[in-house]
Design a protein around this ligand. Structure first.
Ligand SMILES: [Fe+2]
Length: 165
């Protein structure tokens, strides 16, 4: 399946919750915060702007620097060198709602920053899952996902996940 996992490739991934809260509050003011929520679980928040206070910007710059110093045969250098966006996804607890099983229309590199997360990867169709492979990410691990690859994030604890593209 078209994805690549690296273990502890990004040791400088640290993000402070206080900076995540600052970003959340600022983005909420102009309606950019997306909250995924159902009454049985704690929420997931989706932060999509370029506002990167404090450790968020440090992590972004460090991860990009680390990317420049390495490459993987499956990932084009052109894509890696043109990374300029970092989305932040965080959840407050177990079973938090996510976007569910989906595919993206561009390559993305997930870097786990706080807590663990599981991704279920599959090679199925829009209507049916194919063979499923489980990927568990710990802080500093990364998962590069080729555009069009089905993936389903499973949240089991509080987490901060960075998505670069
Ligand atoms: Fe995705």
């Amino acid at each position: 399946m078209p994805y690549v996992v690296t273990k502890n490739h990004f040791p400088e991934h640290y993000v402070d919750w206080a900076d995540v809260m600052t970003k959340t509050a600022a983005e909420f003011e102009f309606g950019a915060t997306k909250v995924l929520y159902d009454e049985k679980t704690l929420p997931t928040l989706v932060l999509h702007t370029e506002f990167r206070p404090g450790t968020l910007n440090t992590a972004f710059e460090n991860i990009k620097k680390q990317i420049f110093q390495s490459h993987h045969n499956d990932i084009s250098n052109e894509w890696l060198y043109n990374i300029n966006v970092m989305h932040v996804y965080y959840s407050i607890g177990n079973r938090a709602v996510t976007f569910g099983r989906h595919q993206d229309c561009e390559d993305v590199m997930i870097v786990q920053s706080y807590g663990t997360i599981e991704y279920l990867m599959d090679d199925g169709t829009p209507f049916e899952k194919g063979d499923v492979e489980s990927v568990k990410l710990e802080p500093g691990d990364s998962l590069w996902i080729k555009e069009g690859t089905w993936h389903d994030p499973i949240v089991t604890e509080p987490r901060i996940t960075l998505s670069l593209s």
